[in-house]
Design a protein around this ligand. Structure first.
Ligand SMILES: [Zn+2]
Length: 255
């Protein structure tokens, strides 16, 4: 039987504990969704959420735990030197190298998502930014960058710094020969940009394999970016996915 549903509302919090719980719940849900979408590749991939109180700490997935198994209680809290201060599992070194630098460079960023998703990875080998070939792709128009000097797996803070520099003030960066990275003012937003960017990579690969896609002209691409690419829109787009995953897999909320 269908349950009554209410329209999504931007959350407000009485306490920092409530806000922390909310971020962790959204983070666990984002991992379950990334798992369902097939964005994982072995142990690669990480989504981070800044702690609302200890703002130089972030929550992240344990190294080697399948995205589809992650619960709120499995998340690791990591401090500004890369030490796990809550949780038992190891931390992915690349997660700290990249995400710590992105969170440091961008005060406005609550969450950052990176994984080796198939179409993002394929697209990244072309070393091109995405073109405005669809309405959805316009979310990235003049709002994503290319980090084009691949030098191996990212284990050094300096490499993370250079990625953060390439990202600049934008919502996403394509890491050449590697994959995608997106950021947001909420976990919901960062996860949504990742999901829709992966699909935009897929769509451009498909369209270019079939022919020569016609680009949306710059004026209309810019207008569309304003309509579909805002922080609130990114947050809102995630809500149907949240409703579905938490309904299907309520154990993700275990704490
Ligand atoms: Zn990676």
């Amino acid at each position: 039987m269908a349950t009554d549903r209410t329209p999504p509302r931007w959350p407000t919090f009485e306490t920092v504990e409530d806000e922390r719980r909310h971020r962790k719940q959204r983070l666990a849900a984002a991992f379950r969704l990334f798992g369902q979408f097939g964005f994982d590749e072995g142990t690669a991939g990480h989504i981070t959420a800044r702690d609302p109180e200890l703002t130089d700490h972030f929550w992240v997935n344990p190294l080697g735990m399948n995205f589809k198994h992650i619960r709120v209680k499995d998340l690791l809290l990591v401090n500004d030197t890369g030490e796990v201060v809550e949780g038992d599992w190891s931390l992915n070194k690349a997660a700290f190298a990249i995400h710590s630098q992105v969170h440091t460079a961008r005060d406005d960023v609550v969450a950052a998502a990176h994984s080796h998703s198939p179409y993002g990875k394929a697209w990244s080998s072309l070393r091109r930014t995405l073109d405005p070939i669809t309405q959805d792709a316009c979310a990235f128009y003049e709002d994503h960058a290319l980090f084009d000097d691949y030098t191996g797996a990212v284990f050094e803070l300096d490499e993370g710094k250079r990625i953060a520099h390439a990202l600049g003030a934008r919502k996403a960066v394509i890491l050449a020969n590697h994959g995608l990275l997106t950021v947001g003012r909420s976990v919901d937003e960062a996860a949504w940009w990742f999901i829709t960017m992966e699909r935009s990579c897929q769509m451009q690969l498909v369209a270019e394999a079939a022919g020569s896609p016609v680009l949306i002209d710059p004026t209309h691409a810019r207008t569309t970016a304003g309509q579909v690419g805002g922080h609130g829109t990114g947050w809102y787009q995630f809500q149907p996915l949240w409703d579905r995953i938490v309904g299907e897999q309520p154990d993700l909320l275990d704490e």
